[in-house]
Design a protein around this ligand. Structure first.
Ligand SMILES: [Zn+2]
Length: 243
């Protein structure tokens, strides 16, 4: 493979959890637009703390991690980036992981879910991507299951189906509305799920699954390619859970 082709393919793969992704790097909607994880196998070959994972054998610890949500703001925009649909947010929305503050940058969707819980996959996963002042990432994953119509998701309106399609929200929608009421979670140290698969990402996967109707799941599927990365080896990492 030529170097330029490789570079191009890696650029196409810069999606999802990668905060380095830029819409302009995404090529015309085609098969090439789908996430190509195979080109980056070499990149991730020596990395031992990759995401996503199958969440099994989680443990409780006396010194538990705490996660506090301080989303004081709204969703600003919704945009189809080709590889995913991304929600832009107003500035200054924070989470605290223990004593460390991370700011919400964007929310985007995957289908099927990237994380699997005890071998169970879900039709849709949302990633709430946060960054600290010193450049560390914390991603909150919400796994949706099929069920009743989700009123908060319905408030997003129709998802933009074409790459580049973008609109601003007029109504005030809080990012918390897309999460389950219970914030019980699993946490582990992982990576971006797209090239360059950067590690030291704090993952917080919420235990409870909000429901989406069959129609709502279908809308997600029509707006993007199937874009979930394969499950990665745990390599002895500890998964901590907290209710
Ligand atoms: Zn993601």
């Amino acid at each position: 493979m030529s170097k330029s082709k490789l570079v191009k393919m890696v650029c196409i793969g810069l999606i999802g959890c990668s905060v380095y992704a830029d819409a302009t790097e995404v090529q015309e909607k085609s098969e090439k637009e789908a996430v190509d994880h195979s080109t980056s196998t070499a990149l991730a070959e020596n990395m031992m703390s990759q995401s996503p994972i199958d969440i099994v054998n989680s443990v409780e610890r006396e010194m538990q991690k705490s996660v506090t949500f301080k989303y004081k703001g709204n969703l600003a925009t919704i945009e189809n980036l080709g590889h995913t649909v991304q929600l832009g947010v107003t500035k200054g929305q924070m989470i605290m992981v223990n004593d460390k503050e991370f700011e919400l940058l964007q929310i985007h969707f995957h289908h099927d879910s990237e994380h699997v819980i005890g071998g169970k996959s879900y039709p849709v996963e949302a990633h709430f991507v946060h960054k600290s002042k010193d450049g560390k990432l914390a991603v909150v994953g919400v796994l949706y299951e099929e069920g009743k119509t989700n009123a908060s998701f319905e408030a997003l309106g129709k998802l933009p189906k074409k790459r580049g399609e973008k609109r601003a929200f007029k109504a005030n929608i809080n990012a918390m509305d897309l999460m389950p009421a219970s914030k019980s979670f699993y946490t582990y140290s992982g990576s971006l799920t797209t090239p360059p698969y950067t590690e030291e990402v704090t993952w917080v996967v919420l235990k409870d699954s909000p429901e989406l109707s069959k129609n709502q799941i279908g809308m997600v599927q029509r707006a993007m390619h199937k874009n979930n990365r394969d499950i990665q080896a745990i390599n002895g990492r500890e998964i901590i859970e907290k209710d």
